[in-house]
Design a protein around this ligand. Structure first.
Ligand code: PEP
Ligand code: MG
Length: 327
């Protein structure tokens, strides 16, 4: 098996019809870079940075941020890395950050993610400064999570510009062409994507949250887990709309939710127009194998069939059969 994985690592993620699919990795810890390389990731499409805060008593300093980003960039040897700014709150709670706030009755609808960062500007500033400094060391992109309004995106971008000016004044170098992206994981951002797309260089679809917010199902609540479904037709429509609007605006779309690493969805996602997935490193060989076994026409036919189906169960059953047949 190890030999087969090795073999796959060096083969391109290419459809039978020749189209290339970008396969990037999702990581949370710097040591996961090893796994990314073993599995042949083209880069890191989602670097979750919460670990710097979780389980720590003290807030990380700018230098703490910088050191870990520098290590990841250097260890990845020149491949692109998307650093997502802090996504704390709700399921990712850190001691100290925003602790004085009142208990929330709906944490997933509360002060989490970009909202929390915008409320704690000094914390946000510290992270953004470190990202900008690290951008001199390799191809780093910055991505904002859970953006739900244009105002939020503009606030975050303004802060970034402000920090760039500070760095200029201090004579500290950074990549002036740093690419700025946002997660698309709230239905409002899909609905308004034509506007968002004018203000970012790329987007990444976070299906883990998009499913929860589209279907009003808490992703961590077992009582309603049966309603949480990646292939609910409403979710699929939003994914397709996102891909279309981003294409019209000529910006790159990646999908970085868990569903991207599940082989049963690969044909559908490609058929819906996706050409870039960011997934857990261990899933890369399997997804690559699916890619190498199917043509674009087959994937588009799968998407066409799925569009006609009206419930998640039927879709899932169909997708399972298709992938079994194809691989
Ligand atoms: C997502 O929501 O799909 C995502 C990738 O982010 P996270 O799982 O960290 O919320
Ligand atoms: Mg998310």
């Amino acid at each position: 098996l190890a030999a087969r994985l090795d073999l796959l690592r060096d083969l391109p993620a290419e459809l039978l019809s020749g189209e290339h699919i970008n396969l990037y990795a999702n990581i949370e810890f710097p040591h996961e870079v090893d796994a990314c390389q073993q599995r042949g990731a083209e880069g890191i499409g989602l670097y979750r940075t919460e670990f710097l805060y979780l389980g720590q008593d003290q807030e990380p300093t700018e230098e703490d941020h910088y050191q870990v980003y520098a290590k990841v960039v250097q260890d990845m040897g020149g491949s692109p890395i998307v650093i997502r700014t802090l996504d704390l709150g709700a399921d990712k709670i850190a001691r100290g950050v925003g602790e004085s706030r009142v208990a929330e009755s709906n944490p997933f609808l509360g002060l989490r993610s970009i909202r929390l960062s915008l409320r704690n500007i000094s914390l946000f500033r510290t992270q953004l400064r470190a990202i900008l400094r690290a951008s001199m060391l390799g191809e780093i992109h910055v991505m904002f999570p859970l953006v739900s309004t244009l105002h939020e995106l503009r606030q975050a971008k303004m802060l970034l510009t402000d920090i760039m000016e500070d760095l200029d004044e201090e004579g500290i170098p950074y990549d002036r062409n740093l690419k700025i992206g946002m997660m698309v994981e709230v239905p409002s951002s899909v609905i308004m994507l034509d506007h968002f797309a004018k203000e970012v260089d790329f987007i990444s679809i976070g299906t883990n949250d998009l499913v929860q917010y589209t279907l009003a199902v808490d992703r961590s609540n077992k009582e309603v887990a049966a309603l949480y479904n990646n292939c609910d037709p409403a979710v699929l429509r939003l994914i397709e709309m996102t891909v279309r609007l981003a294409k019209e605006a000529d910006i790159k779309t990646t999908l970085c939710g868990q569903m991207g690493g599940n082989p049963i969805y690969a044909m559908l996602l490609i058929g819906l127009g996706l050409r870039s997935l960011s997934i857990t490193p261990s899933a890369i060989p399997e997804i690559k194998k699916v890619c190498r076994s199917v043509s674009l026409a087959q994937c588009e036919e799968v998407a066409r069939r799925v569009r006609e189906m009206e419930n998640a169960r039927e879709i899932k059953r169909y997708l399972r059969e298709e992938v079994r047949r194809a691989v």
